[in-house]
Design a protein around this ligand. Structure first.
Ligand SMILES: C[S@@+](CC[C@H](N)C(=O)[O-])C[C@H]1O[C@@H](n2cnc3c(N)ncnc32)[C@H](O)[C@@H]1O
Length: 449
């Protein structure tokens, strides 16, 4: 279908507040083209007669100006309907992806969870066929194998489940183990970045916040001689990491333990790599952690830390959202400050924050580690979508920030960003497709003892 014609129809629908052109004309996808054309002609006459009314001026002017394009669309109502439905579904897919990611996070899909995400898909107007495809794609992105039963429909999955367990595992595929995606940002290129910082001959690594075990899943298949000790302050994370690494066949080279990243019962100089990925924000004072890393490293060993620079993130939708980015940065600065000051740590170099990336080198130097390599890895999400769908993503980021900074609903920076987003939503045609982009820089820094 002609994109310009579709955009003209989308703008008209926005002006007359209609879901699509056919609905506005009172016809359907099975209406004969001649009848649809005559409905359009009638609408034009009606709007022309109302052109003097300021309320209808913009819509009637646009209708008259783009009449030929609209005529092209109603010449094939079924094709137009298919194009609009396709766009609508596409704009809902990111929401379905999020729901699926949520249930796949632990590598297990229970019947309830499966029914839940399928139900979400139905509510979003997404067909079973598209749902199955999106589920398969998300499994691939997260490095999990879709069991045979899942390549079919729900009935097939239920039929193959053991009657006593009621659940089945989504097996992690060994081959795909380093395409892990804990939260969606950890993709293949992030793994490559990390591998570039870890020396090829590294033998013993300690991860000071192993989380679900993503770094071990990423590194160990490529470093066959490496042994890995993962610690995490949360037992649930340790248990899940154990499960993930066992499923990936890596259990014989890993040890996992619940522990804070200080005072570890490990001798001085015992390891040649210390990892710490995306976790300093929850450490009240980072100085003891860096000091512990320096103690654990053998001479020549490397500490590798990855942290975001949340003040550097940017959003675009077709043209840049300059004003919005400024306000969003204001919100990030505020949250950064709240987290730093809330830590109760006097020394700025110990304070946690949401933009530590550019400061990592200085923090390493403080404990005698020489920062030798800094890599900036841009997490980029770009999607063809509608503005409302893009705005939903933005809103979730705003909410996550507000939660991290424990901001109240009436916080000035928060309110300003929310207002700006609402205004942008009102200004953008609801159904027009565009390119939404979010870029977040992550700093990977290696310091040598
Ligand atoms: C965002 S996750 C990152 C996990 C992992 N490094 C990754 O990149 O997938 C942050 C992790 O830090 C852990 N954590 C939180 N506070 C901590 C602390 N004080 N010391 C050590 N780990 C902590 C959490 O349990 C969580 O697993």
């Amino acid at each position: 279908m002609n994109t310009e014609a579709l955009e003209a129809a989308s703008l008209l629908c926005n002006l007359v507040n209609a879901p699509d052109l056919l609905t506005w004309l009172g016809v359907t996808e099975s209406t004969p083209p001649a009848d649809a054309k005559s409905a359009l002609e009638k609408a034009r006459k009606r709007m022309q007669s109302m052109q003097g009314n300021p309320k209808y001026k913009a819509a009637s002017t646009h209708l008259i100006k783009s009449y030929r394009k609209l005529e092209e669309l109603v010449a094939d109502p079924a094709a137009y309907h298919a194009a609009v439905t396709g766009e609508r579904v596409a704009s809902q897919v990111p929401l379905l992806e999020l729901a699926i990611d949520g249930v796949l996070a632990d590598g297990v899909l229970t019947p309830d969870e499966e029914a839940f995400v399928r139900d979400q898909a139905n509510k979003l107007g997404i067909s079973d066929e598209v749902y199955e495809k999106v589920l398969a794609e998300r499994c691939a992105v997260r490095g999990v194998t879709v069991p045979e039963a899942r390549s079919g429909r729900a009935g097939a999955a239920v039929a193959t489940m053991g009657p006593t367990t009621g659940t089945f595992r989504v097996e992690r595929s060994l081959g795909a183990s380093h395409r892990t995606a804990g939260t969606g940002w950890w993709d293949e290129s992030f793994t490559r970045m990390l591998l570039g910082l870890v020396p090829a001959d590294a033998k013993r690594a300690i991860d000071l916040s192993c989380g679900l075990g993503w770094s071990a899943l990423a590194l160990l298949p490529e470093r066959p001689q490496m042994e890995y000790l993962g610690i995490d302050a949360t037992q649930v994370q340790v248990d899940m990491a154990k499960r993930n690494l066992t499923a990936a066949g890596l259990a014989d080279r890993v040890a996992l333990q619940m522990h804070t990243p200080f005072g570890l019962p490990v001798p001085d100089g015992a390891v040649d790599v210390v990892l710490c990925v995306m976790s300093l924000q929850s450490v009240k004072d980072t100085r003891p952690l860096f000091a512990e890393a320096a103690r654990l490293l053998s001479p020549g060993g490397r500490m590798i830390v990855v942290e975001p620079d949340s003040l550097g993130q940017q959003f675009w939708f077709d043209r840049s959202l300059l004003g919005f980015n400024d306000l969003f940065q204001g919100l990030c600065e505020r949250v950064d400050e709240v987290i730093r000051l809330g830590s109760g740590t006097e020394d700025e170099l110990g304070q946690p924050g949401i933009a530590l990336g550019p400061e990592l080198g200085r923090r390493m130097a403080e404990v005698g580690l020489e920062p030798v390599e800094t890599v900036v890895h841009a997490v980029q999400i770009a999607q063809r979508t509608t503005f409302p769908a893009f705005a939903r993503r933005l809103r979730r980021r705003i909410e996550a920030l507000a939660d991290a900074g424990r901001l109240s609903e009436t916080d000035g920076d928060l309110v300003a960003v929310e207002k700006a987003l609402a205004k942008l939503e009102a200004d953008h045609p609801a159904t027009r497709m565009g390119t939404g982009v979010h870029v977040l820089p992550l700093f990977g820094v290696a310091g040598v003892k």
